[in-house]
Design a binder for this molecule. Structure first.
Ligand code: SF4
Length: 314
């Protein structure tokens, strides 16, 4: 192409080892915290402005250029994964991007989505080109949906479940339905049974149960214990597995150098994970892995001011 690309925004992170996807190359196609939801458990903090507007947030050429560079580096990549710091289906280019990526690599493409846009036929058609889609579903009633996911006012959970069911019929790849369970919010026996009924209609290949193991946007988003999650998994049936990492951290995934630099920053002043990611040009997911390990080792601690989580020295 020979054309100079400005790469002020880093869209690619990894490949990072992930339990579910092996070595996953993350492609982030959405500005930070641009989302149709404001989940109480979101590790990125509160959504400043909820949006259901689909548009081309970034230059397609930049996104493909950056993806191709890493793919061509020869590093091990098991999945190219659309995920990251917001809801990827709000980027109207997602279908074109998947199609273009598939022209230069046979590495399978995964999309992690909050499911809200699956009500739209064009979004379902776009995601049908992927190999694996991981949609989230935490609620089956509008009341629980509003409590846990704090959606954009236009969103109705009944329509979203209808969208996931429609997608299942149209999509021949794998669907791993992720359910985040928060104590006292969506874990009642009645609600879990209703979730199971929805799962029966959706027919995903897997149901992946998670709970709040990372610092959430809201203090009241409390995790279940492993035993409690196992009980729910049992109710969900044989396709269910627990993906919550109760140890919180994968040692092999941690970049020691990154950890030292983060510690240095935190020593100077309290910072948010986003401050760190921004100033280092690293993806938030990479930064969070190191932060969780530093918290685990009690080298840093969390504090909260005006709905934001800060990290400071102990
Ligand atoms: S958890 Fe995902 S869907 Fe929920 S607010 Fe955060 S980015 Fe959006």
């Amino acid at each position: 192409m020979g054309k100079q690309k400005s790469k002020t925004h880093i869209h690619i992170y990894g490949p990072v080892p992930s339990r579910r996807l092996g070595f996953s190359l993350g492609v982030d196609i959405i500005p930070y915290k641009t989302c149709s939801l404001d989940c109480i458990y979101c590790q990125l903090g509160s959504t400043a402005e909820k949006s259901v507007e689909r548009k081309a947030y970034f230059d397609k050429g930049d996104l493909l250029f950056q993806t191709k560079q890493v793919v061509n580096s020869g590093r091990r990549i098991d999945y190219i994964t659309f995920s990251g710091s917001g809801e990827p289906t709000l980027n109207i280019l997602i279908g074109e991007l998947i199609r273009e990526i598939k022209k230069f690599t046979s590495i399978p493409v995964a999309v992690l989505t909050n499911s809200t846009m699956l009500t739209k036929p064009d979004v379902r058609a776009a995601l049908s080109q992927a190999d694996l889609v991981v949609p989230s579903l935490d609620a089956v009633t509008q009341a629980v949906f509003e409590e846990i996911n704090r959606p954009h006012e236009s969103l109705k959970i009944s329509e979203i479940i209808g969208g996931i069911i429609a997608f299942r019929k149209e999509f021949s790849g794998q669907i791993w339905l992720e359910i985040m369970i928060v104590k006292g919010i969506n874990d009642s026996e009645d609600h879990v049974k209703r979730l199971r009924q929805a799962v029966g209609k959706i027919q995903p290949e897997k149901v992946q149960l998670n709970t709040v193991v990372r610092p959430p946007a809201q203090d009241f988003a409390v995790p279940l214990s492993q035993d409690e999650l196992e009980n729910i998994c049992h109710i969900m049936g044989s396709r269910c597995e627990i993906v919550a990492d109760f140890k919180k951290i994968h040692l092999e995934a941690v970049d020691i150098h990154l950890e030292e630099v983060i510690l240095e920053m935190i020593r100077r002043r309290p910072v948010t994970s986003f401050d760190i990611a921004n100033s280092m040009g690293r993806h938030i997911d990479e930064v969070m892995k190191s932060i969780l390990r530093l918290l685990d080792e009690q080298k840093i601690r969390e504090s909260r001011h005006e709905n934001k989580v800060y990290y400071e020295t102990v």
